[in-house]
Write a new protein. Structure first.
Length: 263
């Protein structure tokens, strides 16, 4: 069920609602509309957070009417209509309504949180440096690691450069060779870790751990008191890494679409 019971009772539900808001702010797209309580985003690129429906308020229209209006918007944008479902989604039965109308569930994601950030020790291995990198350069760096097409990299850069939330991006180098990258979204005392990625040639060397330590240290130095991140629920190695850094599962979300293969 899509209720508050899906939230980890270890955390205060009001604080987790704040985490969800911060995630929405950090992924805000220049191309978005407010449709009767739903944030409708249609930014081209890889990140589904920037091209999906977030149903954040109850609204007045019938669900079918809102979905029809959203379908029109996505058709005009040349994008598939994707709906993001969280424990905060309204109406609460939207997930069941979409399932009944043939929208398939996909891309299970786990939000992990660390409510008490504290000072994070950073121990960099021999030959390793972590350096700041511009947001546009970062979008191309992580896109290159992922093998993303140029259009996705450009869309990512546009979203970062126009974000209402300040981002700070970093890359980890081993003897001058960039092998990992990641970024922080800072909103008040809450820091979000995004796009933590290690190049194929750098995996299995503990580089992601060292990079995350640096990011959390950087966030704490700038006043952050808590942190969150979003990770593929099936990526157990990454989740284990984040648990070692003090994060714990907070709540999950997923997407629905008529044809997930086209999403």
């Amino acid at each position: 069920m899509n209720t508050l019971e899906a939230l980890n009772p270890r955390f205060d539900s009001n604080w987790l609602s704040r985490v969800e808001d911060a995630g929405l702010n950090a992924s805000a797209a220049p191309q978005q509309l407010w449709i009767d309580g739903w944030i409708v985003r249609f930014c081209r690129g890889k990140a589904k957070r920037a091209r999906c429906i977030n149903a954040v308020a109850a609204g007045r229209w019938p669900v079918a009417q809102r979905l029809a209006e959203c379908a029109r918007i996505y058709a005009e944008a040349g994008l598939p209509m994707i709906v993001r479902i969280t424990p905060f989604t309204l109406p609460p039965d939207l997930d069941q309504l979409l399932a009944a109308s043939g929208h398939s569930r996909f891309d299970e994601t786990q939000v992990m949180a660390k409510p008490d950030l504290g000072a994070t020790p950073v121990t960099l291995g021999s030959g390793i440096t972590v350096k700041p990198i511009g947001l546009e350069a970062f979008a191309h760096r992580v896109g290159g690691f992922r093998g993303s097409p140029l259009s996705h990299r450009q869309a990512h850069a546009q979203r970062l450069l126009n974000s209402p939330v300040p981002f700070a991006a970093f890359e980890l180098q081993l003897r001058g060779d960039p092998l990992a990258c990641g970024q922080l979204a800072m909103e008040g005392e809450l820091a979000g870790l995004y796009d933590i990625y290690t190049a194929t040639s750098g995996r299995g060397k503990g580089l992601a751990t060292q990079l995350c330590q640096h990011l959390l240290h950087h966030a704490h130095q700038r006043g952050a008191k808590s942190a969150y991140l979003q990770v593929d629920a099936s990526n157990e190695p990454a989740r284990a890494l984040y648990r070692r850094l003090g994060f714990a599962d907070a709540y999950g979300y997923h997407y629905r679409a008529l044809d997930p293969q086209s999403a």
